[in-house]
Ligand binder design. Structure first.
Ligand code: SF4
Length: 89
């Protein structure tokens, strides 16, 4: 898994995640309304390796087991590289 404590790696991570978000946006414009990214393309893992970063607290999570932007069944304890924090309730 990525070590984001290194500024160079962190920058590359942000740039690659940004690229994926742009790709997702392009799919949204050009594709069907329900086109989503494949789990493999966003390095989805069933158990998050990062404390306090998982699908259950991601802005894109759709309870009980789906995601707005990633295809397939999504576990609340999972994680992928386009995770973003859900707004505070
Ligand atoms: S981390 Fe967020 S974007 Fe990634 S699969 Fe989970 S809910 Fe979707």
């Amino acid at each position: 898994m990525s070590d984001l404590s290194d500024p160079g790696k962190s920058r590359r991570f942000v740039l690659s995640a940004g690229g994926l978000m742009l790709a997702a946006a392009a799919v949204g414009v050009a594709g069907t309304a329900d086109a989503k990214m494949p789990q493999k393309g966003v390095q989805y893992v069933a158990k998050s390796p990062k404390p306090n970063m998982n699908c259950g607290n991601c802005a894109s999570f759709l309870a009980p087991a789906a995601c707005k932007i990633v295809d397939g069944v999504i576990a609340p304890a999972a994680y992928c590289m386009v995770w973003s924090p859900a707004p505070k309730k």
